[in-house]
Design a protein around this ligand. Structure first.
Ligand SMILES: [Zn+2]
Length: 330
C-alpha cells in the first residue's frame, strides 16, 4: 500500500485512526507490515502490498462467493480493450469526465479493470475494495498508478469514514447475501453532494435464467471443483461464441434479425467479445454461489431508503438496472 492511503483509512470496528508499521517496502509501496488501531488496538496486516481487513468471522456464504470470484479474476487477470466501453455503459449517465479530480471508491473492484480506467479518466484518488483474492490481480494491474489503492475488505464493514465524492459498484451487489445492505453501506461512505452509481442484474428480462440457469448454478456448477466447472463451460462457450459471431454480430445492424433473436439486446452488446472474454463470462454466470435478480421496484427502494436525490434508474441491455443518485447535502 502507498502511505497516502492512510489519510483515508479508519478502523472498521471503532472508526479510530490507524497507525502504519512498515516492515518491507518496494519503492513507494509498503509490501509487508500492519495497520494498528489507536482505539481498540485491533491489528490489520498488510500482506503483499495490500491492507487486509477481512477477519475470521466471515460467513460461509461470503467465503464461498469470495473464493469463486477470487478464482475467476486471478485466472483471468488481463485488462482488455472491451473494458472501457462496457464500464461506461454500466455507469451511464456518468461519463469519463465525471471522474476528473474525484475521490473514487470501487465497491467490488475484482481484478482492477475499473479502478485502472477511473485513474485514466483523471480521478484524483481511486480506491478499489474487494473481499476476494482478486485484490492480488487488482494490485498487480494498478500498482504503477500513484493515485490508485487496493484494499481487501467486506463492503459491509468498510475501513473508511466518508471521504468519497464518487462511489460505484458494478456487477457486485447482486452477489451479496443481502444486496440492499451492501448498497446502503456504500452510500454511508459518500460525502454530502457526492455521487453513487450501481449496476445490478435485473429480474425483468432474465426469467429464463432464473428458471433454467439458476438451479444449475446453485446446485451444481458453483459447488464443483473449479477445473470441472471450467471444463463444462468450454462447450457452452464454443456454442455461444458461434452464435455471437454468426447471428448476434450481424444482427447489430439488421433490426429485423435482431427482433427475431432471443435475448438480443444483451447478446448483441457482447457480440464483439474475444473467445477468452466470452468463456470467462460464461464461467462468471455459473460459478457464483449467490446471485439475485432485482426488479426495478427493488432498485428504486434502495435509492429511496438511502435518501438520495437526482436519482435516475434505467434499464440496460434489456436485462439489468443501472442507477445513480446524489447524497443529500445536509
Ligand atoms: Zn479500532
Amino acid at each position: 500500500m502507498k502511505s497516502s492511503l492512510l489519510t483515508l483509512l479508519v478502523c472498521p470496528r471503532c472508526h479510530h485512526d490507524l497507525n502504519l508499521e512498515s516492515e518491507a517496502a518496494e519503492g513507494s509501496e509498503i509490501m509487508e507490515g500492519a495497520l494498528t488501531c489507536g482505539g481498540c488496538a485491533e491489528r490489520f496486516p498488510v500482506v503483499r502490498g495490500i491492507p487486509r481487513f477481512v477477519g475470521a468471522s466471515l460467513s460461509a456464504e461470503k467465503r464461498a462467493t469470495a473464493a469463486a470470484f477470487g478464482y475467476e479474476w486471478t485466472h483471468y487477470s488481463a485488462l482488455t480493450e472491451a473494458d472501457k466501453n462496457e464500464f461506461l455503459a454500466w455507469i451511464a449517465p456518468l461519463s469519463a469526465e465525471d471522474f476528473r479530480d474525484q475521490v473514487v471508491l470501487d465497491g467490488g473492484c475484482g481484478k482492477g479493470r475499473h479502478i485502472y480506467l477511473a485513474s485514466q479518466f483523471g480521478a484524483g484518488t481511486v480506491v478499489g475494495v474487494d473481499l476476494s483474492d482478486a485484490v492480488e490481480a487488482a494490485f498487480k494491474n494498478t500498482r504503477e498508478l500513484a493515485n490508485v489503492h487496493v484494499v481487501q475488505a467486506d463492503l459491509l464493514e468498510l475501513p473508511f469514514r466518508n471521504p468519497f465524492t464518487l462511489i460505484y459498484s458494478v456487477g457486485v451487489l447482486h452477489h451479496l447475501p443481502v444486496p440492499k445492505e451492501g448498497f446502503l453501506s456504500l452510500t454511508r461512505h459518500v460525502q454530502p453532494g457526492g455521487r453513487i452509481s450501481a449496476w445490478v442484474y435485473g429480474k425483468e428480462g432474465n426469467r429464463w435464467i432464473e428458471l433454467f440457469v439458476d438451479p444449475l448454478r446453485k446446485n451444481v456448477t458453483s459447488r464443483l471443483p473449479r477445473w470441472i466447472t471450467r471444463c463444462l463451460c468450454f462447450p457452452l462457450a464454443v456454442v455461444l461464441f458461434a452464435a455471437l459471431k454468426l447471428l448476434y454480430a450481424p444482427a447489430k445492424t439488421r433490426p429485423g434479425l435482431k427482433r427475431l433473436l432471443p435475448y438480443s439486446e444483451y447478446l448483441c452488446s457482447i457480440s464483439g467479445y474475444t473467445f477468452a472474454e466470452n468463456f470467462w463470462n460464461v464461467f462468471d454466470q455459473l460459478v457464483a454461489p449467490t446471485a439475485y435478480y432485482h426488479s426495478r421496484e427493488e432498485v428504486v427502494d434502495w435509492f429511496s431508503t438511502a435518501d438520495l436525490e437526482e436519482v435516475t434508474i434505467e434499464r440496460h441491455n434489456g436485462n439489468s438496472w443501472r442507477g445513480t443518485g446524489l447524497a443529500r447535502r445536509r
